[in-house]
Design a protein around this ligand. Structure first.
Ligand code: ATP
Ligand code: MG
Length: 434
């Protein structure tokens, strides 16, 4: 391709070729301006009608907005231009013309509802404030990967097509796999645990999870990105330390490397990196505090799941990220270990943002007999999970870990109202395309 200079890199007196989208055309009569946009920013192109080749003027001013064009010209200093330089074109080419009627206005002057935006994500991501969300998401992934490396983890990828789910039949999407029933995996839980007994010891995975949840909420997707961590020879408290470390690193990465994006989103002033120690409160304390807020219809009892309004009331009370620990074993999955001195008490924990759950984790049951009993108690057939339990007979160290919802991290960090804004092409009850 012809060499191209990004608009942000154009300096006065350069002879350059720039290429990008027609953001705006302002025709003032004898003089007209075209604003060209590329990934680095925008630049002004000046058309002095009497002094320029008619064909260049006509091509430049007749091209529909949002078309892709390429312009060659000389850059002049121009203090009145948005970037202090403007281009006087000597050649112009329409590379790809856009329809004059667009389903979405990328300049944002005409607002669009979320559904229209999601149907036209390509156009939607031409808007700076939408693009910024995904640049920040990208930084969050980079920073979390980096934090995991600092924790000496190996990145793994586990299968998404599986024979059995992590927690049995609920919330699984069935598929046909060469004539056999299979499922889309709802969590890498069992696979990452299998790697604990391998030579890797410490692993992480960032990948999709699939959940056939029927409900339509602002914080659930049917395909989400799970940021998973698992390590040998640590307990649940050390897993919580790792969780604080990784989540804080994500915030730090954004604070350091996404200054312009935060400004675009109007978050520069309010954005702050959380303190690395998140308060740890027990489930017992959590239900007592929720009950004391008076925000729940019925007083919570030991063993109840925390209702959404209860979580919110507690979150407002705590006012920062926090952990809920020591859950009743009965409401945590079978692969989570109980406390050694109390079988009714689980080592499971949740890490909460004031508005919602971000992480679930715990120490795992690594003792073969206890694990098999756990399957039976949960009404699952241990034979179906033999590929998993078997490896616990060949030397499986104690271990702990967690799963963090990637979109929920983006959403809570940026104060997005709907989780669908944190994923480019969301999958939900209504949406299977694009
Ligand atoms: P919730 O109770 O909020 O539905 P969960 O307890 O069922 O979540 P886990 O199985 O604990 O979810 O999964 C670990 C993390 O993955 C959650 O804390 C959340 O951040 C994220 N997550 C789980 N399910 C979804 C989903 N359907 N959409 C988006 N994120 C999800
Ligand atoms: Mg959970």
């Amino acid at each position: 391709m012809q060499e191209r200079t990004l608009t942000a890199e154009v300096a006065p007196s350069d002879e350059v070729t720039i290429a990008g989208w027609v953001h705006e055309i302002r025709d003032l009569g004898g003089i007209a301006f075209l604003i060209l946009r590329d990934r680095s920013g925008k630049i002004q192109v000046k058309f002095e009608k009497d002094e320029m080749d008619d064909e260049i003027v006509q091509t430049g001013l007749d091209v529909p907005r949002e078309s892709v064009i390429s312009i060659t010209g000389v850059a002049d200093e121009e203090p009145r231009a948005p970037t202090d330089v403007e281009i006087v074109p000597t050649a112009i080419e329409v590379v790809s013309s856009a329809d004059t009627e667009l389903p979405l206005d990328p300049s944002g002057k005409v607002s669009a509802d979320l559904s229209t935006r999601l149907d036209n994500r390509t156009l939607d991501l031409r808007k700076n404030e939408v693009k910024a969300v995904f640049q920040i998401r990208s930084e969050i992934l980079r920073a979390t990967r980096n934090a995991f490396r600092e924790l000496d983890c190996t990145e793994i990828n586990t299968p998404k097509i599986v024979a059995t789910g992590t927690e049995g039949g609920t919330e699984l999407f069935p598929i046909t796999y060469f004539g056999e029933e299979a499922f889309m995996n709802q969590s890498p839980q069992l696979f990452k645990q299998l790697m604990i007994g391998s030579g890797l010891e410490r692993v992480f995975e960032i990948g999709p999870i699939f959940r056939a949840e029927e409900h339509n909420t602002p914080r659930h997707l049917n395909e989400a990105t799970s940021i998973d961590f698992e390590s040998a020879f640590i307990d649940h408290t050390e897993a919580m330390d790792a969780c604080e470390y990784v989540v804080t690193a994500a915030y730090e990465g954004v604070a350091q490397n996404c200054i312009a994006e935060l400004e675009t989103l109007g978050l520069s002033d309010e954005f702050s990196v959380p303190d690395e120690t998140f308060p740890r409160i027990t489930y017992q304390e959590a239900i007592e505090r929720i009950n004391a807020t008076g925000e729940v219809d019925e007083q919570l009892l030991w063993g109840d799941d925390l209702p959404t309004d209860g979580e919110r009331a507690l979150g407002a009370d705590v006012g920062s990220h926090y952990f809920i620990t020591d859950w009743p074993s009965a409401i945590k999955p079978f692969y989570i270990k109980d406390h050694d001195d109390d079988e009714t008490l689980s080592t499971g924990f949740d890490m909460m943002h004031p508005q919602m759950e971000l992480v679930s984790g715990g120490q795992r049951e690594h003792r073969y007999e206890h694990l098999v009993d756990g399957f039976e108690q949960q009404g699952l057939d241990p034979e179906q999970f033999e590929y998993y339990t078997k490896m616990f007979r060949y030397g499986m160290p104690p271990h702990a870990g967690w799963g963090l919802g990637g979109e929920r991290l983006v959403m809570t960090m940026l104060g997005l109202e709907n989780i669908r804004e944190a994923v480019i092409f969301p999958r939900d009850r209504q949406r299977l395309s694009p």
